[in-house]
Write a protein that binds this ligand. Structure first.
Ligand code: NAP
Length: 248
């Protein structure tokens, strides 16, 4: 059966990889982005080339009205919902905790935590069987930072991803008997454009020698794990957190 999946932050990186893999299954994919319209359209083109259907929706996950509009547009185009890749997220320049300001923390938590919560809530309202939905799967994108803490780099980011882990455990249990599974993936160091916003363009190259596999991961390697969690193949998995970090 064809599924309908919303991917927040589907324009680039891990979200794009997940969207394309959904397309290969012939699924309907809602590709959300905040600013990179051309990249989002390219993701949609690749979804369609792979055999799926795509809808591109601009929207900031940290803005409640945008989140509601994202889901309303998905409803209008595809009807019911079967899955969510709760992926949109940001980092900020690396540095010591004492050097960070409140505005940075506010933005980080508005997007990475409150945004992910608002998106998960809208998905639950559509997928929970008690709400008239047909059940589904939520895949939250956390980070290995949640258990490493990212000292000296971005402890705030790590803390925001710790919240995602806890959200996953809680919603996994709250929705377990109501047809919706909720799991998280903790990517390690993955080759995407996110590292450019850390203020250290060479960050991946610097860290690579310290990684157990001596290489960074690819967005597609994370995407494959996302697809397994979205799919019925993982039907008895909920409230789980899967490291896709090459042993880091
Ligand atoms: P990326 O290449 O920088 O892509 C980020 C995506 O999020 C883009 O599609 C971006 O949209 C979107 N986005 C950012 N802020 C948004 C907002 N306020 N509203 C809606 N969309 C927004 O990043 P990535 O590496 O693929 O990261 C994806 C997720 O994986 C994030 O949650 C990140 O924390 C997590 N992660 C990444 C790594 C890694 O090493 N790459 C490791 C662990 C966890 P635009 O294109 O429109 O800007």
């Amino acid at each position: 059966m064809s599924k309908t999946i919303i991917v927040t932050g589907g324009s680039r990186g891990i979200g794009r990889a997940a969207a394309i893999l959904c397309g290969r299954r012939g699924w309907n994919v809602v590709v959300n982005y905040v600013g990179a319209q051309a990249a989002a359209r390219e993701t949609a083109r690749e979804v369609e080339t792979a055999g799926g259907a795509a809808l591109v929706v601009q929207g900031d996950v940290a803005v409640e009205a945008d989140v509601k509009r994202l889901f309303a547009q998905s409803d209008a185009r595809f009807g019911g919902l079967d899955g969510l890749v709760n992926n949109a997220g940001v980092v900020a320049p690396v540095g010591p905790f004492t050097g960070m300001d409140f505005a940075r923390w506010r933005r980080m938590f508005d997007i990475n935590v409150l945004g992910a919560m608002m998106v998960a809530q809208q998905a639950g309202k559509r997928m929970l069987k008690s709400a008239g939905g047909r059940g589904g799967s939520v895949v939250n994108i956390s980070s290995a930072a949640a258990r490493l803490g990212s000292p000296g780099a971005y402890v705030d980011y790590a803390a925001s991803k710790g919240a995602i882990d806890t959200l996953t455990v809680g919603l996994g249990r709250e929705w377990a008997a109501d047809g919706v599974r909720v799991n998280a993936i903790r990517p390690g160091i993955i080759e995407t454009e996110i590292h450019a916003s850390s203020g250290e363009p060479e960050r991946v190259a610097l860290i690579t020698p310290t990684l157990p596999m001596k290489r960074a991961g690819t967005a597609m390697e994370v995407g494959e794990a996302i697809l397994w969690l979205l799919d019925d193949a993982s039907s008895y998995v909920t409230g789980a957190i899967l490291d896709v970090s090459g042993g880091r």
